[in-house]
Write a protein that binds this ligand. Structure first.
Ligand SMILES: *Cc1c(COP(=O)(O)O)cnc(C)c1O
Length: 351
């Protein structure tokens, strides 16, 4: 508390990210990073980066990077927006599309940054309930609202909606902006980008942090019809003209262009995820069938918080959401096969 804070700062409840320990070498399964590291082409682009460029401001439009995303998804350049991580893209989206008279809605179990943005921008938020098995029933979204946001697959449940269900959602709410946060779509789901040209109310948001192994570079993007992208540009250019630095532009472009490497990393993660699912079940966990690079798993005969703490004690970090609707579960990121084996071996010892 400080007498100098603005009124709004007094009311903020900031997001708390999963910890990034700096002192001990954990097997780190708590923030859904990708274990494989960036493509060798990204490393080349960074090695060959012209350091003289750093004295100049970057291209405020980040055109090379946006073009590489447009090429990958076969969209037009004016349908692509990029930001400093998808968290920034999400923040600008809340401001651009949701700061209106009526509330916005999102699932009652979802990415915990959404209520934080709503609070920051003073946007009223309402939740709709996910089903008992954590799936989302589109028809249960009946609130009178100005917009809808949901991750697909949902985080941290990993539950996935098929494009037909997204289509139904967009049709039922044709006069509201619907944001689909596809942070985990590349791990076995089908992107709603294919619906963008058909629906003027759809904004798809993705990130380089998970499937492209570049969480440290901070790149996220949105794909939507040009009028939505222009709305985002207006907010961005009223906030920070240069969210994407010179290095991120060239490294991000290289990542987007190396489709072979990207696909092979995703396939590895999927295979290891499905292996881990079976192993956890054999150890007495109930696992949600995941389409993401993490598994939500409930130890049936043990207290989840105790398992989390015991794992931590033994050098394995997973995510535990205390005081939440999933407090009986652990969220376990999928890492290399070797590290997942370590998780399983450690669980066998401590349970
Ligand atoms: C990780 C994550 C993001 C944020 O990604 P960044 O691009 O690293 O900011 C956004 N949404 C969801 C659902 C996520 O899990």
């Amino acid at each position: 508390m400080s007498q100098f804070w603005s009124d709004i700062v007094n009311t903020l409840t900031p997001y708390v990210p999963g910890e990034q320990p700096q002192n001990r070498d954990y097997v780190k399964l708590n923030t859904n990073e990708n274990p494989f590291g960036p493509s060798p082409k990204v490393i080349d682009a960074i090695d060959n980066f012209d350091r003289n460029l750093l004295k100049r401001y970057p291209d405020p439009q980040a055109t090379l990077l946006r073009q590489s995303i447009a090429d990958y998804y076969q969209m037009d350049l004016n349908q692509i927006f990029v930001g400093n991580g998808s968290d920034e893209v999400l923040a600008h989206s809340f401001f651009a599309f949701f700061k209106k008279a009526k509330p916005i809605v999102f699932p009652d179990i979802t990415y915990s940054f959404y209520p934080v943005y709503a609070n920051l921008y003073n946007i009223e938020a309402q939740e709709f309930s996910v089903e008992k098995d954590f799936s989302i029933d589109i028809k249960s979204i009946t609130q009178d609202c100005d917009g809808i946001i949901l991750p697909n697959p949902n985080a941290p449940t990993s539950k996935y909606l098929e494009p037909d269900q997204i289509r139904e959602l967009l049709t039922l709410h044709a006069n509201k902006v619907v944001i689909v946060d596809e942070a985990y779509i590349d791990f076995g789901g089908e992107s709603a980008v294919s619906l963008v040209n058909e629906f003027d109310n759809l904004l798809v948001i993705q990130t380089f942090s998970k499937s492209r192994s570049l969480a440290g570079l901070r790149i996220g993007f949105a794909i939507g019809q040009a009028h939505l992208i222009e709305g985002l540009q207006r907010v961005k250019n009223s906030f920070n003209s240069y969210p994407i630095d010179q290095l991120a532009i060239v490294a991000g472009q290289a990542a987007m262009q190396d489709v072979t490497y990207f696909k092979s990393c995703c396939e590895h993660v999927i295979k290891t995820r499905d292996w881990t699912h079976k192993e956890l079940e054999a150890l007495g966990f109930e696992c949600i069938k995941s389409k993401a690079n993490f598994i939500l798993a409930k130890p049936l005969k043990h207290d989840a918080e105790k398992v989390y703490l015991d794992l931590r004690e033994n050098g394995v970090l997973v995510r535990y959401f205390k005081n939440s609707k999933i407090s009986e579960f652990l969220r376990i990121s999928i890492d290399t096969q070797e590290n997942m084996q370590t998780l399983i071996d450690t669980l066998k010892r401590i349970l």
